[in-house]
Design a protein around this ligand. Structure first.
Ligand code: GLA
Length: 694
């Protein structure tokens, strides 16, 4: 029996639910079928070790212009700059094989860099900037092409790992001899700093929530030597931890420049630490393939190749192939327009409003860019803030809304007030959009339709649920009021947080406002620029938000701890209060227990069953209210080679990671003159910008 049916029955027996009201409630169903829309292009599936390995090669090469720096004594020879055993990409897995040096990838992004201190929570403006700068211990983006039987994170800065026999500890071996882009060694000093002074320090909050729970309750980390460390767990074989070592949650920063500024090591304050590397601090040391060498506010970030990059191709050519990277600081909509027109090189076509025009332009055989649609995994939901005990310091009005949010009838009312068909058509007509029940996406590995509860659109049913939640239009102005004892019975007023950087978010927000108004609920938009939206979200300062979902709802194995409030700050819509207390509702506790059981289980059948249960509890109780889901398309200029077939714009990570930009190249005869700083390399950290040889 569905929870709400149970609750209704109970209410009925207690004599609180008028029978007439009950009659108006429309029962949930399974989700309506989605229009047919086949993904274009299928990945060529391989095992992980077919993509790359770690080994010494007989010789190494670099671009000619870099050799000039070596000859001038400004750089050690390439073999000395590389690790003893660099990461070697297999030519057989590169669609166009070994590449050529030169050219630029011209990104356009809608975000703005706050600074380079990524692990202290500064955004770099997204769109692949941070993905390219911050290398992580393991890697997941390219897993879209890995055989399901071999599905596990790829090694990256962590070259290998071994479980103890009882599974209670994991030894992680780092690549040896790799260096930061300024030549400083990468070693366990960087790991210890990240663990102790970022993950374990509650004053430091990385952009992607990374706290001890991300690695398992009570997990500790011990350094063994310069290149190995050990995790010690409180439960056996928490294999999920390998995913937590990937993008977002274990991409250490350069401890040699960060540590002296951290308050635990003599730094002035947490604020000063966080903001010590503003965007105009050039040549910030990175492990990524390109280093920021120029910044012009609201204009551009330019990056040059990292001469210490630790990856090579099979012939020993140091990567990346592309000498320069641009990030034009514009808008996300402009990213689509420019990529399709050929004045930009890359876009994740993800705002449905741009689909028709982009498709039309890409259909021309002389179009500069290719466009390929993937599966339907761009999904938006309405997230009710579920904290009832103070997260975000709600005032009286907001607290009253939190209590409504925690009422299942209120959430059912929201869901049934939303006409997803109409909402989708307000973005784009055609076969793209599917009505989305929330939770795991149809077509993904752990999805189960029979476990998915969908509350279909019905204004009458929505109103009946709102009435059941105690809301009535007592003053006859068409809007529902709080009960007498709450805020003097005034109109219910909700604020809806949306990310103003995206047209889609704004349109969905407006749609929700209009539809809820029809159901008698007054909603006001709080539209903030991306970085400010993120800050309001993380501080819990919102009633509801319209949100583009993360990868955890696609892959389940990535960001698993974020699937429920498993820790004080793992969920997007339910954090602990200042005192660290999480006031979970019983069904939220059930979600947490299910996710923890999933993490603890190594049995595939059990894991599948647990995710069915998760999906049922999630969708039945409307942890988020699903809105719409649709496919996105990867748009890439035709001159680029080594773009893997069937690379989705989003799965384990965004396409900027999945396509492995360090091995993307432009064939010599197609190279363009787009470099802004030809023949230069990054200079000293904090210096003026790129430098030339001699
Ligand atoms: C933003 C964009 C996405 C993707 C990511 C990468 O969120 O909207 O398409 O580029 O950045 O971090």
């Amino acid at each position: 029996m569905r929870t709400h049916t149970r609750a209704l029955l109970a209410a009925l027996l207690l004599g609180t639910a008028p029978v007439a009201l009950w009659a108006q409630m429309v029962e949930p169903t399974t989700p309506p079928p989605a229009p047919e829309f086949a993904a274009q292009g299928q990945p060529v599936f391989v095992n992980r070790d077919e993509i790359y390995s770690y080994r010494a090669l007989p010789e190494y090469h670099e671009p000619e212009f870099v050799t000039k720096f070596v000859e001038a004594g400004q750089l050690p020879p390439v073999a000395e700059r590389l690790p003893t055993e660099p990461l070697v990409y297999s030519a057989a897995n590169m669609p166009d094989g070994v590449g050529a040096y030169g050219d630029v990838m011209r990104h356009v992004i809608g975000g703005r860099p706050e600074g380079w201190n990524y692990t202290a929570g500064q955004s770099q403006g997204w769109g692949g900037i941070d993905i390219g700068l911050s290398e992580c211990l393991t890697r997941t983006g390219p897993l879209f092409q890995v055989n399901p039987e071999d599905l596990q994170p790829l090694p990256n800065l962590a070259k290998s790992w071994e479980w103890s026999e009882d599974g209670m500890s994991l030894t992680v071996n780092l690549i040896e001899g790799a260096k930061w882009s300024d030549g400083d060694p990468f070693d366990t000093k960087d790991i210890a700093f990240y663990w102790n002074d970022v993950v374990l320090d509650p004053e430091v909050t990385p952009l992607n929530p990374a706290s001890q729970e991300t690695f398992g309750q009570g997990t500790t980390l011990e350094v063994i030597d310069d290149h190995s460390f050990r995790f010690v767990f409180t439960t056996p074989f928490p294999e999920q931890v390998l995913y937590s070592l990937a993008y977002g949650t274990f991409c250490p920063g350069p401890s040699h420049v960060l540590e002296p500024l951290h308050p635990a090591h003599g730094g002035e304050s947490y604020d000063a630490f966080k903001n010590a590397f503003p965007p105009d601090y050039l040549n910030f040391p990175v492990m990524g393939a390109w280093v920021p060498v120029e910044y012009r506010a609201d204009d551009i970030v330019v990056m040059r190749r990292n001469p210490y990059y630790w990856k090579v191709d099979e012939e020993g050519n140091q990567l990346p192939y592309l000498d320069e990277m641009h990030y034009r600081l514009s808008t996300w909509a402009d990213r689509d327009v420019q990529a399709v027109a050929g004045t930009g090189d890359f876009s994740n076509l993800e705002q449905a409003e741009n689909f028709v025009e982009s498709l039309r332009r890409a259909a021309d055989e002389n179009a500069p860019a290719r466009l390929q649609f993937g599966p339907r995994i761009i999904g938006y939901s309405l997230y009710p803030n579920l904290s009832g005990n103070g997260w975000g310091e709600p005032d009286e009005r907001a607290q009253a809304v939190r209590e409504l949010n925690r009422n299942e009838h209120f959430r059912m009312g929201i869901s049934q007030a939303i006409d997803r068909q109409r909402l989708g058509e307000s973005l784009v007509k055609g076969p793209f959009i599917a009505q989305y029940a929330g939770g795991l996406y149809p077509g993904t590995a752990y999805y189960d339709e029979a476990s998915t509860v969908f509350y279909p659109y019905s204004l009458d049913s929505a109103k009946a649920h709102f009435a059941e939640a105690g809301l009535e239009d007592t003053d006859g102005n068409g809007f529902l009021n709080f009960p007498e004892g709450t805020l003097g019975g005034q109109d219910v007023q909700i604020t809806l947080l949306v990310n103003g950087d995206y047209q889609t978010d704004r349109n969905l927000g407006e749609g929700v406002v209009a539809m809820l108004e029809e159901a008698g609920i007054q909603v006001a938009l709080n539209t903030l620029a991306g970085n400010d939206r993120d800050a309001a979200r993380d501080a819990g300062q919102y009633d509801w938000m319209v949100y583009r979902n993360g990868p955890e709802l696609i892959t389940v194995v990535q960001g698993t701890t974020q699937l429920a409030p498993t820790g004080p700050a793992t969920s997007w819509n339910h954090h602990a209060n200042e005192a660290g207390e999480l006031d979970l509702l019983p069904w939220e506790q059930e979600m947490v227990d299910t996710v923890n059981a999933f993490i603890a289980s190594r049995d595939p059948t059990e894991r599948t069953e647990l995710m069915k249960q998760y999906q049922r509890v999630f969708t039945e109780n409307l942890y988020h209210v699903g809105l719409v889901a649709y496919p996105g398309a990867l748009v890439i200029n035709k001159r680029f080679a080594n773009i893997p077939e069937g690379a989705p714009i989003f799965q384990f990570n965004w396409a900027e990671d999945s396509i492995m930009r360090e091995r993307v190249f432009v064939p010599a005869d197609q190279q363009q003159d787009y470099e802004l700083h030809p023949d230069t390399l990054p200079g000293a950290p904090g210096g003026d910008g790129p430098v030339t040889a001699g």
